[in-house]
Design a protein around this ligand. Structure first.
Ligand code: HAM
Length: 434
């Protein structure tokens, strides 16, 4: 690594593997996405919720499930100084259902519709679109098992993709039934796969004992080959679950949201029941699942509630969303540039107070804090992308008049410094015509 004089140096430590700094140049893109998300969530009646970054480990063990890869291999778990086992949240659904129960949010009109934009932590092998610290936007609608809610959740995800101009996303849906029909199916699948255990990988042999449907998630060609001719969940699904799934599809058809039913979609977290879905892209390599979600009708009881509060939700990975937007050449806002750069020659105090006066009008004003020459200040104004510049020297301060210069056209006009309104109006006008 070199410093700005080209001298080599070794930084004390780098950011941990699988984490990424979001630099000022990129923050504009994040805020742009978040604004679109917040606007759309408001239109769909979802209110924001913020929960802690860490939770008691048992929340995820019980909620996400001890047969999931997330709990078995990927959690950041440690004992705190009080000897309690703590885990950095690997996902948002279990914490939000916990908050729903703990804060008696069930007393509010149901379903309660919540959204969140959070960081998550999973100890996975980092690669493009897969990080150890990543960010999710997600929603949870809790307190109704109506299939219209599943369709509304899917249509919100779809509306957000549309608002961001994302193309070529496929929506894949499936129903994985309820514990009663899935129990029968699991027994049939286990019997089928037991005869092929020799061709399954080690992980799938474990899956066979604990959660055989997870074998569908395996990428190994041998395991996929072993699944050929396996019993189909749709042949085992009970009448209630089948009717629920039919309704979800009917609603999606009526909303003209196209989808494909894929029985191989089983999702990696244990709380799912009935509807599961994913939005997948071929444009960003192996980690193509941009959004995943589904119904979790038994989760509140898993977390201790006596009463069921069925729910449905999804989460999309913001890093994957950004990868996709870049891949598809979307126009994203860059770093924000100042509206005006106020250069000064020995008039630092005047430049400071003029900057502050303009900032009161919502104008982004910048000045030199590096003791630069006038020439270097103008170079800096250019580098920062300032729309206007204004020079304050002894003459300007004495006469009370300074020239506002448009950095693109070079046009300049004089303004009085003791009456800020016409000056700020001219700057704001320039801003609006951009
Ligand atoms: P998930 O499928 O585990 O579901 O994650 C949702 C999304 O988060 C993925 O589709 C992906 O875009 C992103 N994601 C997951 N892991 C990583 C990673 N290591 N690096 C970057 N992005 C990642 C859930 O988390 C559920 N809580 C979703 C849900 C909400 N289901 C119902 N409600």
């Amino acid at each position: 690594m070199n410093d700005f004089l080209g001298r080599g140096f070794i930084i004390l430590t780098k950011a941990p593997r699988g984490t990424k700094d979001i630099l000022p140049q990129a923050v504009g893109e994040w805020t742009y996405i978040e604004e679109k998300i917040r606007k759309m969530c408001a239109a769909y009646g979802f209110g924001e919720i913020i929960t802690p970054v860490f939770e008691h480990t048992e929340l995820f063990v019980r909620g996400v499930g001890d047969t999931s890869d997330v709990v078995q291999k990927e959690m950041y778990t440690f004992d705190d100084k009080g000897g309690r086992s703590i885990t950095l949240r690997p996902e948002g659904t279990a914490p939000i259902v916990r908050a729903f129960l703990e804060n008696s949010l069930f007393a509010l009109p149901l379903p309660l519709k919540l959204f969140y934009i959070i960081s998550c932590y999973r100890y996975e092998k980092p690669q493009a679109g897969r990080l150890r610290e990543f960010h999710q936007f997600g929603i949870e609608a809790i307190g109704s098992d109506e299939p219209s809610l599943d369709a509304e959740a899917i249509s919100l995800a779809s509306a957000i993709f549309k608002a961001l101009g994302i193309k070529n996303l496929s929506l894949i849906i499936n129903s994985i039934g309820c514990p009663s029909c899935r129990g029968k199916y699991n027994a049939a699948l286990t019997e089928f796969l037991a005869g092929r255990a020799g061709s399954l990988c080690m992980t799938c042999n474990e899956r066979l004992l604990k959660n055989p449907m997870r074998v569908f998630d395996c990428k190994s060609p041998e395991c996929q080959a072993a699944l050929l001719g396996a019993p189909r969940l749709s042949d085992y699904i009970c009448a209630d679950c089948a009717a629920h799934f039919d309704k979800v599809r009917e609603y999606l058809d009526s909303l003209k949201i196209s989808y494909e039913v894929d029985e191989k979609i089983v999702r990696g977290l244990d709380y799912y029941t009935k509807t599961v879905f994913e939005f997948v892209s071929d444009d960003i390599g192996a980690q193509g699942t941009v959004c995943g979600g589904g119904r979790y009708d038994g989760l509140s009881e898993q977390l201790g509630s006596k009463k069921p509060f069925p729910g449905v939700g999804f989460a999309m990975g913001l890093e994957r969303l950004l990868l996709l937007l870049h891949e598809q050449g979307a126009h994203l806002p860059g770093a924000s540039a100042p509206d005006i750069f106020i250069a000064n020659i020995g008039q630092g105090a005047a430049a400071l107070s003029l900057s502050n006066a303009l900032r009161k009008f919502n104008i982004a004003a910048e000045m030199d804090h590096g003791g630069r020459s006038l020439k270097a200040q103008m170079k800096l104004a250019d580098k920062l992308g300032a729309r206007f510049s204004l020079v304050l020297g002894d003459n300007e301060v004495l006469s009370g008049v300074a020239a506002l210069k448009d950095m693109k056209t070079g046009e300049a006009a004089d303004f009085k410094l003791d009456d800020i309104a016409p000056l700020s109006a001219a700057i704001l006008k320039g801003k609006k015509t951009d």
